[in-house]
Design a protein around this ligand. Structure first.
Ligand SMILES: [Zn+2]
Length: 262
C-alpha cells in the first residue's frame, strides 16, 4: 500500500484526465491533494468526492496569496467544515523571483491558528526561509498531531529541532537527481517515525531514466505523473538501504499517524 503525502491532482496541466491517471496509480492507498488558493479549493473538494483515494487539503500557498479575497479565512473555514480535510499548502517563500514576502507570515500564521484549533495536520512549503519558519513554528500554535514539511530542503542540522515541534518530512522524486545530494543526505537523518514520500505531481519530475510513467501537459511539456510514486519509494528504500516492504510499512504507519481519520 502506497501513500502520496503531497501532490496537486487538481492542476489544470492534467487537462481533466484525473480519473485515468488515478487508475494508473498501482498500489495507491491515499494521496493528499493540496489546494493552493480559493480558486482551486472547489476542484480539490470535487476530486475527493469522486475518488476515495483523495484526501483533500485546503490552504493558501505563498505564491497565490496576492489573489486572496477579503473573506478568504471564512471561505477556508467553510471548506474545512464541509470536508474531512487537512490544511495546506501553506508556507513561506523567499526564493521565487518577483514574489512579495510582505503578507506571507500573516497568512501563514492565520492558517496555523485555524489548523491548531481544529487539530488538523498542516502541509508546509518552505524555500529560503528556514530560520523564520522555525521561529514562527516555535511561537506557534502548532497542531498537536503534527505537520508536514513537504520536499524538505532545509539543513540536516535543523531536522531534530523541527521534529521536536512535530514535523514530518517528505521526500519527492526530484531529489532522485544526483545534483540534489545535500537534500538526499538530509533525508538519511530524518527520524524513522517522521519520514513520508511524495510526488508533488504535476511538479518535481523524476530524472528521465527513473521515470516509470511519462506524461505531457497539453502544450507537450513533460509533467510528473502521480503513478511515479512507486519509483520514489524504490529509490528512497535503496538510499536508506532498507527493504522496500519495511519502508512501505513504516511510511504507512507515519502517514496514518499524521493524516489518519480524515
Ligand atoms: Zn506543492
Amino acid at each position: 500500500m502506497l501513500f502520496d503525502a503531497h501532490n496537486h491532482l487538481q492542476a489544470k496541466r492534467f487537462a481533466g484526465r484525473q480519473a485515468e491517471l488515478l487508475a494508473e496509480c498501482e498500489g495507491l492507498s491515499r494521496m493528499v491533494v493540496n489546494g493552493c488558493a480559493e480558486e482551486d479549493w472547489p476542484q480539490v473538494a470535487a476530486l475527493a468526492k469522486a475518488h476515495p483515494q483523495v484526501l483533500p487539503s485546503f490552504g493558501y500557498h505563498p505564491w497565490f496569496i496576492h489573489e486572496r479575497t477579503g473573506n478568504w479565512e471564512s471561505e477556508l473555514n467553510r471548506f474545512l467544515d464541509a470536508h474531512p480535510a487537512s490544511v495546506g499548502e501553506i508556507g513561506l517563500d523567499r526564493w521565487k523571483e518577483g514574489l512579495e514576502y510582505e503578507g506571507q507570515e500573516e497568512v501563514f500564521t492565520a492558517q496555523l491558528h485555524i489548523a491548531a484549533e481544529r487539530n488538523l495536520p498542516v502541509s508546509i512549503h518552505c524555500l529560503k526561509a528556514w530560520g523564520r519558519l522555525l521561529e514562527l513554528l516555535e511561537q506557534g500554535p502548532v497542531t498537536a498531531r503534527g505537520f508536514l514539511l513537504h520536499s524538505y530542503g532545509g539543513s540536516a542540522e535543523m531536522i531534530a529541532l523541527l521534529a521536536k515541534l512535530g514535523a514530518y518530512f517528505s521526500f519527492p522524486g526530484y531529489y532522485m537527481r544526483e545534483a540534489q545530494g545535500r537534500q538526499r543526505e538530509a533525508f538519511t537523518k530524518v527520524p524513522p517515525d517522521r519520514l513520508l514520500i511524495e510526488t508533488d505531481a504535476p511538479d518535481q519530475l523524476l530524472p528521465e531514466e527513473l521515470r516509470e510513467h511519462a506524461l505531457d501537459d497539453p502544450e507537450g511539456n513533460p509533467i510528473n505523473h502521480p503513478a511515479n510514486l512507486g519509483a520514489v519509494y524504490r529509490f528512497e528504500a535503496k538510499m536508506l538501504d532498507e527493504p522496500l516492504e519495511k519502508l512501505e510499512a513504516r511510511v504507512e504507519e507515519n502517514f496514518l499517524r499524521l493524516f489518519g481519520g480524515l
